[in-house]
Ligand binder design. Sequence first.
Ligand code: TXA
Ligand code: MG
Length: 331
Amino acid sequence: MTEILAINSDNIQRAAQAIKVGELVAMPTETVYGLAADATNDEAVRRIYDAKGRPSFNPLIIHLNDLKQAQKWGGFNAQALMLAQAFWPGPLTLIVPKKENTGLSDLVTAGLETVAIRVPGHDVARALIEASHVPLAAPSANKSGSISPTTPAHVHEGLNGDVAYILAGGACDVGLESTIVDCSADAPVILRHGGVTVSQIADKLACNEVDLVTQNIDEDKPKSPGLLLKHYSPSIPVRLRALDVNADEALLAFGSTKFMSLKGGGRVDDLAEGQLLNLSEAGDLYEAASNLFSMMRILDKPYHRAIAVMDIPNTGIGVAINDRLKRASAS
Ligand code: TXA
Ligand code: MG
């Protein structure tokens, strides 16, 4: 049985109690909802993999409340320190060398010598970490391969019965997962685009944006096991950079739809209710990011032949949006 908890201090304590006895709790973070468990408890971590149907070679991120706590579990070089100081708490995950004999469950790192660490900025996640007194291993709270949840209802849809509690903390602000930067070697590399942009990271490290991303192109040897997998997928096809829309498709718009045409004649405004959603009428990329997953879920209906998505500018957080859309459209 999954219980949905309103946010108050008693319920945070109840959730922390569940964590301590090895159960799973879904918690809001500023990026997406996480499926949290005690990262030092093998049995609890195994439950995460089971609930998600996640392959055991795909490691998890641990969540802590500050850099000092993080340094107990991983080693931070100069660049990792700079990024942590600049962007924590926030939507940034750092991959750093794992420290030995800390008590971290080996299942968390899936046999790697590195560990992924994030310090979230969401009050509820922070309160749960504090009350639990352990690092929380937490992947996105969805079944492996489906779209990450940005509301408690999304979590319930996918994992009802698999988690003890869902902390119902409303919709997530950022709406996309954290940016992952591998700082385990001399040259930092962005493994996943997300809430912190490439230019923000390049600025902090005083390096070139290209150097941060081009080293990640060895497809045969991906550094982040999870990025191999098909991800973020709706059950119907996704058609990108659409300039027009078919009458039997749904349209995910961005900005003005004035120049979009309806194939066979007519205007986009003629589409039925529930067939057209706009990520951001004002063309604001941050608003679009926070709406992306929930709007894809709404349009993902078997009676639409596909979701046509208008072009999203590939700048700032638009890079992360386009990354998720590309994965969603891959068949
Ligand atoms: O925003 C987020 O990061 C959310 C919230 C809940 O914090 N979490 C999240 O976790 O997106 P997940 O498990 O869905 O994605 C984590 C990614 C996976 O692709 C995994 O392969 C990668 O991080 N990862 C974890 N540990 C790693 C490591 N040591 N080296 C390389 N990649 C790692
Ligand atoms: Mg995920």
